[in-house]
Design a protein around this ligand. Structure first.
Ligand code: AMP
Length: 397
């Protein structure tokens, strides 16, 4: 069975064709600058040369058509005909409270994705365009929506309700949803299998530390808490997002700088995090660490604060679950930065966490990195959201 996985952004479309017999990627690629001058497709078939097409893509419809012709191209393609694609799995950002799991797309599902435009204004419209473009290009092939928010749907009320007047929840569904859900679901599930934990009761904390960063607590693979909220702004310090701040900061900056709430939120989303804290060094953690090594005090404070926030959340989630069996690291920083993993783990000695330096000396590969006598297993587990989406798709079709 072959599954095409589609991840649409407002001006981009990423895809992977996966053979689910052995869960291997057959081809992947990216359409960039959709709706903007200079659009192009980069198609990478496995075991063949990269193929770049520069062609106008006024909308996601043309982008999907270009992907289909690349996949079936006589020279660069990997399938003879699009009928070889059995199903399409779409990453959809926000499913609101209606979807507690992935679902085969029909008109009602599309309507709910549309109703959630307010909650995911940058992503949901693009996600819907991707679905409709696939429906037009491959009529009859099932489309499955895999929501970034469904993992957080198992949170109990005490974890997802904000302490604000209840009418706002009733009127506007304002609550904590959590994001990176597909990654947290994949990594927590794989950690349970890989570390041979009890599938029903294992208490796992997943640290998804990328440019966007979030952390989740789950029991038996079901989310009980996660750090992102109504939007991805809440929680950990990120590359450019502030994570948790006192909301009064917004009002204060508005008044002092004569800015609107939207403008300050833009600052909290795009100009804060380690980029803002370091005085503008970079949003890339490699640059922050290099600046810190070179003696830049603000870069040091940014990195220290980043680690401190992760450590505080791990402590909070261990308390929330009354224990923890495994801590997993994933995403760009989590998979590649042994120093940060070690520094975080060293702050967790009170939990009996002991890192094995030799095992931790690795990048991007699944491995237990804690010492044999560590009370908590620490795991490096590369995330694979595309595979998780493909698995969900297969399960539903
Ligand atoms: P992602 O959003 O998962 O693609 O992660 C991107 C982030 O991972 C960037 O901020 C990178 O700086 C960070 N990253 C990747 N490799 C390393 C590394 N070796 N050390 C520190 N950070 C890294």
């Amino acid at each position: 069975m072959k599954v095409l996985v589609i991840n649409c952004g407002s001006s981009s479309l990423k895809y992977q064709l996966i053979d689910m017999e052995n869960e291997s990627v057959i081809a992947k690629g990216l359409c960039e600058r959709i709706g903007i001058d200079g659009s192009m497709l980069t198609h990478q078939p496995v075991n063949k040369d990269k193929y770049v097409v520069e062609k106008d893509m006024p909308s996601h419809k043309e982008a999907i058509e270009l992907v289909m012709s690349a996949l079936t191209d006589a020279e660069h393609g990997v399938i003879k005909d699009t009928s070889e694609i059995n199903a399409i799995g779409h990453r959809v950002l926000h499913g609101g409270m209606k979807f507690t799991q992935s679902i085969v797309v029909n008109e009602q599902v599309k309507e709910v994705i549309r109703e959630c435009f307010d909650l995911g204004p940058l992503h949901n419209p693009a996600n819907l365009m991707g679905i409709e473009a696939c429906e037009a290009a491959m009529p009859g092939t099932p489309n499955v929506a895999v929501f970034d928010t469904t993992f957080g749907m198992s949170m109990p009320e005490k974890a997802y309700m904000y302490a604000i007047p209840h009418e706002y929840f009733e009127k506007y569904s304002i609550r904590r949803y959590g994001f990176h859900g597909t990654s947290h679901m994949f990594v927590s599930g794989e950690t349970i299998k890989f570390a041979e934990l009890d599938p029903e009761n294992a208490k796992v904390i997943v640290c998804h530390l990328g440019n966007g960063a979030s952390i989740s607590a789950s029991i038996g693979g079901k989310c009980v808490d996660t750090s992102m909220g109504l939007t991805p702004l809440e929680g950990l310090i990120m590359g450019t997002r502030s994570g948790d701040v006192d909301p009064a900061v917004v009002q204060f900056i508005c008044n002092k700088e004569n800015l609107t709430v939207n403008e300050v939120l833009n600052i909290l989303n795009k100009k804060s995090g380690v980029l803002g804290m370091s005085g503008g060094v970079s949003s890339d953690f490699r640059d922050i660490e290099a600046a810190k090594e070179a003696g830049n005090h603000l870069a040091k404070v940014a990195m220290d604060a980043y680690i401190y926030r992760v450590v505080k959340y791990i402590g909070a989630y261990t308390a929330a679950m009354n224990g923890v069996d495994a801590i997993a690291f994933t995403a760009g920083l989590g998979e590649n930065d042994k120093k940060t993993r070690k520094e975080i783990c060293e702050c967790l000695s009170y939990l009996g966490v002991k890192i094995d330096d030799e095992a931790n000396d690795i990048r991007g590969q699944k491995r237990i990195i804690s010492a044999a006598d560590s009370k908590v297993k620490v795991v490096l587990l590369p995330t694979n959201e595309e595979l998780a989406i493909a698995r969900e798709t297969v399960a539903l079709v």
